[in-house]
Write a protein that binds this ligand. Structure first.
Ligand SMILES: Cc1cc2nc3c(=O)[nH]c(=O)nc-3n(C[C@H](O)[C@H](O)[C@H](O)COP(=O)(O)OP(=O)(O)OC[C@H]3O[C@@H](n4cnc5c(N)ncnc54)[C@H](O)[C@@H]3O)c2cc1C
Length: 279
């Protein structure tokens, strides 16, 4: 299929992009195009205008400073995958990157596009949620910060307001006590996950505290399993699997009960990763 007709503008400045977004209610930002172009070609989306933000400078910075890692919206997946700062200070994101699609897609796809698109089976929204990170949104009224817990609203729906653009994400930099774990099950490497889990915790004696388990592929958004988090802190991995508070629906990849079983399998793998000290 071919897309419905649309106009195209290459934004020359951030202000121009925001002003075009304000003028055209059904416009879409074009970042890496790896999800947007497919939805246009399948006519799942028919915006009247594409606003190309690829030429905007300063939106592809990766910075680790004062205990926070900031990743600009136009950072390509490959750039994040190869970043020393991310490997060192945001190891959860580093371990998720190779699972995102294939190298050709990672060369173009952006961090901002992935978070804004909010695919429920995508890796990065779950990482942002597990890390307790935040989104920087910029629009006609200036900048605001949205916590990851509040950002993913429903299927492909986020807390971004009309006219707003995601300009960066921020996550806490890992410390010596930080523990992270990541695992997913997909039919082939590079496919969207059937089920996945991104997790963080703080080492506390022989156990874990401040556990955050963000599952993906199990609902309309990445989801925290809060009862399992509490059980992993107080009772260990068997208790956490028994407490898994997820109710996945069937989809084309697996039935709901199969997904729930796989979530338990992943929880055991990830809990084991988190019990090991950081290398
Ligand atoms: C074959 C294939 C396999 C894939 N497999 C995976 C996978 O396993 N895991 C995974 O996570 N992803 C996967 N993807 C998607 C890929 O990661 C995309 O790069 C990503 O989802 C979107 O990023 P993008 O920069 O290409 O965004 P685009 O396609 O340009 O945009 C996507 C949406 O986000 C909006 N948007 C983009 N940037 C911004 C911004 N800064 N502010 C506000 N809105 C914005 C756009 O308007 C559009 O609605 C796959 C894609 C393909 C084609």
């Amino acid at each position: 299929m071919k897309p419905a007709p649309f106009a195209y503008r290459k934004a020359r400045s951030f202000d121009e992009a925001v002003s075009l977004l304000g003028e055209h209610a059904d416009a879409r930002l074009l970042a890496g195009g790896q999800s947007l172009i497919a939805t246009l070609n399948m006519r799942l989306s028919a915006p009247s205008l594409l606003i190309d933000i690829n030429g905007l400078g300063g939106l592809d910075r990766i910075e680790a400073k004062d205990g926070t890692v900031t990743i600009g919206a136009l950072t390509r997946h490959t750039q994040a995958e190869r970043s020393d700062a991310i490997a060192r200070h945001a190891p959860l994101i580093a371990s998720a990157m190779p699972h995102i699609a294939h190298p050709a897609i990672r060369n173009r796809g952006t961090i901002g596009g992935s978070i804004a698109f909010a695919d429920p089976a995508a890796e990065l929204p779950a990482c942002l949620l597990a890390l307790g990170g935040e989104v920087e949104a910029s629009g006609p009224s200036g900048k605001r910060t949205i916590k990851a817990d509040d950002f993913f609203v429903d299927l492909y729906e986020t807390a971004l307001r009309p006219g707003e653009m995601l300009t960066a994400i921020r996550v806490p930099a890992a410390s010596a006590e930080t523990r992270t774990g990541f695992a997913e099950l997909a039919r082939r490497h590079g496919d969207y996950a059937i089920v996945g889990l991104a997790a963080t915790a703080r080492a506390k004696g022989q156990g874990l505290a401040d556990v955050r388990l963000a599952f993906f592929g199990v609902g309309n958004t990445a989801l925290r399993a809060r009862k399992a988090e509490a059980a992993l802190e107080s009772g260990g991995v068997d208790a956490a699997v028994a407490a898994l508070d997820l109710a996945p629906h069937d989809d084309i990849q697996a039935t709901g009960p199969e997904k729930k079983h796989l979530a338990g399998v992943l929880l055991r793998r990830v809990a084991k990763q988190m019990m090991e000290p950081r290398a």
